[in-house]
Design a protein around this ligand. Structure first.
Ligand code: NAG
Ligand code: NAG
Ligand code: NAG
Ligand code: NAG
Ligand code: NAG
Ligand code: NAG
Ligand code: NAG
Ligand code: NAG
Ligand code: NAG
Ligand code: NAG
Length: 381
């Protein structure tokens, strides 16, 4: 759509949703970390703030969401060291695949490549990550060729400043199929987990291919991506799963033009995050229609979750919602229609201090970074 003025932009906005949850736990044991399951304990104090708003229509509806929560986490993983190697079949390999605009944009110091054909430095994503320098102060890059990489991957907290780049979220995926049952807890079920500050991903999908559990079935939580590091950004990425797809665990995160699919509780965690121009697809069979995200299903998704929290510590806000389900007549009693001045704080990168850490790129149209704060924005798309 053409958006010539800010006013026009906001009028065409259909739904921005922002969830803020602060969870304090004083028990240190592992727990199921979806909002619903973590509400059962008396030991936990909740402050869940939810604000709503925005999605604009571009054929599919794009939804802007922000989520803020705090969760105690624990991790464990095994670490192995591997060394990069040269490609195995020179004759059918092309180096042009490994050229990337990111190398100059981020002034990248180390580049490793991964593919499934033997043309790259590695055939395993985890092996490439393990070979990176620890505590890097400069950006490092791992480029993945098209294909599905069947492995469970962890970016430990000492692999700082890592960028992972795929060939489009429909072409490159990292997939595994662990569940809460198979791993001993939702937070361990992730296909890809990142604990490092300043992790960035471009044009790649994270998938959990475990089958969707039946309604009411326990142990079927299956996280595709867990983001537990601060200052992490995802551009043009896909997150595919059923229950508990995206664990937006901790830290300040930015999601731009991403696709997020799941059935229940599929975006959760304690992160302080801005979701911009993202598509959210609820695939729940029982209560909801299947299709692209719209305000109606978003609200069906969110309201019961918040109901299980404590309404007295929740701010459920909406701003300029539009489309099916935007009618606020049947909202929970504590739902609030926000004024522009109340919503503004949640609607741009200043909410996640993005002006301090997001790397601006003309290719990403992060134009608002040139004028951080609450200034009005226009979009070029
Ligand atoms: C190298 O690639 C060519 C073309 O794909 C193939 O015919 C050949 O068997 C490959 N050689 C090795 C050693 O993998
Ligand atoms: C790029 O990084 C290198 C170290 O990897 C550093 O020496 C150089 O000054 C950096 N250049 C810019 C323009 O930041
Ligand atoms: C990775 O592979 C490229 C060729 O694709 C090669 O030029 C480079 O030296 C390799 N890097 C390492 C660390 O082996
Ligand atoms: C990096 O993290 C891994 C996993 O936590 C750990 O085994 C390793 O010792 C760490 N390396 C350094 C240099 O701290
Ligand atoms: C994951 O997939 C493999 C291969 O299909 C299967 O053997 C395994 O049981 C699955 N794991 C889970 C937890 O579903
Ligand atoms: C990501 O994909 C988009 C759309 O195809 C493309 O314009 C952009 O250059 C890609 N970015 C990177 C870093 O690969
Ligand atoms: C998880 O395990 C429990 C107990 O063994 C079982 O009742 C449940 O059906 C399992 N869930 C899934 C999704 O396999
Ligand atoms: C949402 O998911 C369903 C089921 O996987 C799929 O058929 C549909 O195309 C998806 N919608 C979008 C907008 O991708
Ligand atoms: C919202 O729903 C109520 C009850 O169905 C209806 O009376 C009202 O006209 C609707 N408002 C809009 C703006 O559609
Ligand atoms: C944003 O646009 C609105 C409506 O035109 C205007 O009232 C407001 O002052 C603008 N804010 C800024 C920071 O320019």
């Amino acid at each position: 759509m053409n958006t010539r003025t800010t006013i026009f932009f906001w009028l065409t906005t259909i739904a921005v949703v922002l969830v803020s949850v602060i969870v304090s736990l004083h028990s240190s044991h592992s727990f199921g970390s979806s909002i619903s399951t973590s509400l059962g304990s008396n030991h936990r104090i909740f402050e869940l703030e939810f604000l709503g708003e925005a999605a604009r229509k571009l054929g599919v509806e794009d939804v802007v969401i922000s989520i803020l929560e705090t969760v105690v986490y624990r991790r464990h993983h095994h670490h192995h060291h591997h060394h990069p190697h040269r490609r195995g079949n020179e004759s059918s390999c092309s180096d042009s695949l490994w050229k990337s605009d990111l190398i100059s944009l981020y002034n990248i110091s180390v580049v490793y490549t991964v593919d499934t054909k033997g043309c790259a430095n590695f055939s395993s994503v985890q092996n490439a990550i393990d070979a990176l320098p620890d505590f890097s102060h400069s950006w490092t890059l791992i480029i993945l060729d098209s294909g599905t990489y069947r492995e469970k991957v962890v970016v430990s907290s000492n692999k700082t400043n890592l960028i992972v780049q795929g060939q489009g979220y429909l072409n490159t995926a990292i997939a595994w199929n662990d569940t809460a049952n198979s791993t001993g807890g939702t937070s361990y079920s992730s296909t890809f987990a990142t604990f490092a500050p300043r992790f960035v991903a471009y044009n790649i999908s994270f998938m959990n291919t475990a089958p969707a559990p039946d309604p009411g079935e326990v142990g079927g939580q299956a996280v595709a991506l867990r983001v537990s590091g601060d200052q992490s950004a995802f551009y043009g990425c896909g997150f595919y799963g059923a229950q508990d797809t995206l664990n937006d665990d901790q830290g300040r995160h930015y999601y731009k033009e991403c696709y997020i699919q799941g059935s229940i509780d599929f975006i959760f965690g304690n992160g302080r995050s801005l979701f911009e121009d993202c598509t959210i697809n609820s695939t729940a069979k029982k209560y909801r229609l299947v299709g692209s995200a719209d305000a109606s299903r978003l609200m069906e998704e969110i309201q019961p979750t918040i109901k299980r929290a404590s309404p007295s510590t929740v701010l459920f806000g909406e701003y300029e919602c539009y489309g099916p389900g935007a009618n606020s007549t049947y909202r929970v009693a504590y739902g609030k229609q926000l004024k522009q001045s109340e919503a503004a704080h949640y609607l741009d990168a200043s909410f996640i201090d993005g002006e301090e850490w997001l790397v601006s790129a003309s290719t990403n149209s992060l134009d608002f970074l040139d004028s951080p704060g609450r200034s009005n924005r226009s979009y070029s798309t």
